[in-house]
Design a protein around this ligand. Structure first.
Ligand SMILES: NC(=O)c1ccc[n+]([C@@H]2O[C@H](COP(=O)([O-])OP(=O)(O)OC[C@H]3O[C@@H](n4cnc5c(N)ncnc54)[C@H](O)[C@@H]3O)[C@@H](O)[C@H]2O)c1
Length: 325
């Protein structure tokens, strides 16, 4: 069996996942993702009839219908290292009876911690402060507490739930919106309010934190119209997907002070294309999609992804399929 491994956090982080993959006996070809469509096509076509892959162990690479067509009939499985499947044409894979495996439940605590890191950094102006001190200065800007503030959590799934728990610990008032509301979870979290609509969730929010998956309908949902419904000075945190946000509208609102700030771990196009509209705006901070990149989380996620692909290709049962058919 020959597989293509493109995720860099898997490759760059030591851990037991390397042994597990080595012991599979598969031939492993590595590349540094995220790869766009042309790069994927080049790799798959590289060795002609002698090439191609039985499985993809991928991160956020573009696995489009065209990539799938070229990779078939040899390709037997797509094993996503992660939970977000928006860079894979899952609908097309399903129509070609190609299983897409994924790794739910391995990185929610890590991403929730990152969310709070970004929230505190935005509320207390870490970026201009750090830049000032590193440059020999001592510039001081007054920040805001999280305690007593309302946080709208949009998408109360695995990560959103962990954010709710931490918000309560910070003495914040969480108000959640999810198209599949988990009433049992909400009942355990004293103080989690349920909003019937996104508008209800955001209207009194001091912080809005995005934790939903990206679907075509949600693309660019955080735009001028959305921002106009927020309190002046509200701060948006996005550790979900860059595509949920209209970046030009967010940049304009942060520049004008309509928004207090935007703190994200994700961009619409990654790695960023420079110049980027966010680059010179001090109340916008972006980390390079490292929300789930901790030693603990990478190993959990990588072990799950390797188990998925090895079990699937060897005829076992211990794999998690996102598109059962
Ligand atoms: N920054 C990172 O490194 C990183 C790591 C993992 C996941 N993510 C992203 O974080 C997000 C959440 O991941 P998760 O593991 O919690 O996923 P999840 O599937 O457990 O939860 C997503 C939740 O969003 C809800 N949802 C989907 N569309 C919605 C909509 N239009 N309105 C309201 N709710 C909606 C779903 O019902 C679900 O409860 C995803 O976008 C994922 O891609 C980012």
């Amino acid at each position: 069996m020959r597989i293509l491994l493109t995720t860099t956090s898997f490759q760059d982080t030591p851990g037991r996942h390397h042994d597990l993959l080595k012991n599979s006996g598969f031939e492993v070809v590595t590349a540094r993702g995220p790869l766009h469509e042309t790069q994927m096509l080049e790799l798959i076509r590289k060795d002609g009839d002698a090439g191609g892959f039985d499985g993809l162990l991928n991160g956020d690479d573009a696995i489009t219908a065209k990539v799938i067509d070229v990779a078939l009939p040899r390709l037997k499985v797509i094993a996503k290292y992660g939970i977000g499947l928006d860079s894979i044409d899952v609908k097309y894979a399903t129509s070609r009876k190609l299983p897409v495996l994924f790794t739910p439940g391995v990185n929610h605590t890590t991403v929730a911690e990152h969310t709070f890191g970004l929230m505190i950094a935005a509320a207390k102006h870490f970026w201009p402060h750090l830049r000032s001190v590193k440059g020999g200065g001592w510039k001081r800007i007054t920040g805001s507490e999280l305690a007593g503030k309302t946080i709208a959590v949009l998408g109360v799934g695995r990560i959103g739930k962990e954010v709710v728990k931490r918000a309560i610990a910070f003495d914040m008032t969480p108000i959640g919106y999810d198209c599949h509301w988990d009433a049992a979870f909400a009942a355990q979290q004293h103080g989690l309010k349920h909003a019937a609509t996104i508008d209800d969730a955001i209207e009194n929010a001091d912080f809005v934190s995005l934790h939903m998956s990206l679907a075509d309908d949600d693309r660019g949902m955080v735009n001028k119209a959305f921002i106009d419904k927020l309190k002046k000075g509200a701060v948006i945190i996005n550790t979900a997907r860059g595509g949920l946000v209209n970046e030009a509208d967010v940049a304009e609102a942060c520049r004008s002070g309509r928004l207090g700030g935007y703190a994200a771990d994700v961009l619409d196009v990654e790695p960023q294309k420079v110049p980027h509209v966010f680059q010179d705006i001090d109340n916008i901070i972006v980390t390079p999609h490292v929300g789930s990149r901790t030693f603990e989380s990478v190993e959990r996620q990588a072990l799950r992804a390797v188990t998925n692909i090895v079990e699937f290709l060897k005829g076992g049962k211990d794999f998690i399929q996102a598109n059962p058919f």
